[in-house]
Ligand binder design. Structure first.
Ligand code: NAD
Ligand code: UDP
Length: 350
């Protein structure tokens, strides 16, 4: 027997495809909407192969209100997991209007369609980039918000909208309240352990792990390590890397919480999803070489504009309120990412 059905926006993407697997395996029905601007439909075929289950896929843009209205009319949806969005920080500085239109306006249209269909449960993909830079590098959920680039600001604006929407409803007691979990991801890496789904960036990767993978497999010549003069033990930047499967398990826990007494009064609740441990760029390179036996050529390069020295989660609230902790370690993350890369050197081929 299926548990209720979840609409997964951006379900063909890196994190969304892993969420589809986890949801289907946990017994939920899954419907996907994605415009494939940064993904391929093949990812969803792989999800079906992994799980042995089928999922309806609507190739549509979340800014297309009639398309969303039709999906809500046809499918019996109880919760939305909202992954759809553009996510490249550098690109967001070049194309701020495109980022605000896609991420902010797209979410508004989605919320209107949800309101019209009386679907009021959402798990939203937020980000550690919503926080103001902290001197210690550690972030708790009540740390002040203040993103420093258009991508991060689009997430802050969406969080504000979601807080406002749920607050009005609480005051008016207008039917069932909105129940929203804001999940602030740190640095998701890795892949499903079967190696059939993973991260498939377009062009030259911006992020560290896909770049390292492509150097190790010979597609790129050399990694540039951005900065070796940070105030960290080895001088390179520290981040909180989290296995994508742990991350999506946090989403299942968020749905369970939304449906429990914890969210009875409704409202909007933020949770960090991270391990609480930081690793430097050189830790990643050294662990990668140890785990895979492959050499990663690298050179030191100047700091990347906008990068912080250190960022890691305080994950205690998610442990306490969602009963979720990340279980996989850095060796697991790298082993699974490499397995995906070796099995799919060209990524998804439709
Ligand atoms: P991704 O690009 O792989 O997935 C996003 C998916 O959304 C893609 O399949 C894309 O085609 C789709 N999409 C984008 N705009 C759309 C639109 N207007 N209509 C329909 N579909 C659309 O990215 P991801 O890494 O899986 O990230 C998922 C979410 O998590 C994003 O919202 C991202 O901002 C957030 N997030 C990601 C990271 C990370 O490091 N990967 C960190 C923090 C937050
Ligand atoms: N980084 C790097 N070389 C690269 C890409 C990233 O040295 O080619 C560093 C970056 O400066 C940061 C860390 O790796 O310290 C993680 O960067 P990523 O872009 O993966 O994630 P971010 O934390 O910036 O979202």
């Amino acid at each position: 027997m299926n548990k209720h059905t979840v609409l997964v926006t951006g379900g063909a993407g890196f994190i969304g495809s892993h969420a589809c697997v986890e949801l289907l395996q946990a017994g939920y029905g899954v419907v996907v909407v994605d415009n494939l601007v940064n993904s391929k439909a093949e990812a969803l075929s792989r999800v079906e192969r992994i799980t042995g289950k089928t999922l309806p896929f609507y190739q549509a843009d979340i800014r297309d209100k009639p398309a969303l209205t039709e999906i809500f009319a046809k499918e019996s949806i109880a919760t939305v997991m909202h992954f759809a969005g553009l996510k490249a920080v550098g690109e967001s500085c070049e194309q701020p209007l495109n980022y605000y239109h896609n991420n902010v306006y797209g979410t508004l249209v989605l919320l209107e369609a949800m309101r019209d269909a009386n679907v009021k449960q959402m798990v939203f993909s937020s980000s550690a980039t919503v926080y103001q830079p902290s001197a210690t590098g550690e972030y708790s959920e009540d740390f002040p918000l203040g993103a420093i680039n258009p991508y991060g600001r689009s997430k802050v604006i969406i969080e504000d909208i979601l807080r406002d929407v749920s607050a009005v409803d609480k005051i008016k007691q207008n039917g069932a309240p909105w129940k929203i979990a804001l999940l602030r991801y740190f640095n998701p890496i890795g892949a499903h352990e079967c190696g059939m789904i993973g991260e498939d960036p377009n062009g030259i990767p911006n992020n560290l792990m896909p770049y390292v993978l492509q150097v190790a497999i010979g597609k790129l010549r050399q990694l540039s390590v951005f900065g070796n003069d940070y105030p960290t033990p080895d001088g390179t930047g520290i981040r909180d890397y989290i296995h994508v499967v742990d991350l999506v398990k946090g989403h299942i826990k968020a749905i369970e919480a939304i449906e429990s007494d914890k969210f009875k009064a409704g409202g909007c609740h933020a949770y960090n999803l991270g391990t609480g441990k930081g690793y430097s760029v050189l830790d990643i390179v050294n662990t990668f070489e140890k785990v895979t036996g492959r050499k990663v050529n690298y050179q030191f390069a100047p700091r990347r504009t906008g990068d912080l020295a250190e960022s890691f989660a305080n994950p205690e609230r998610a442990a306490r309120e969602l009963d979720w902790v990340a279980e996989k370690n850095l060796d697991d993350m790298i082993t699974d990412a490499w397995n995906w890369q070796v099995k799919n050197p060209q990524g998804y081929v439709d």
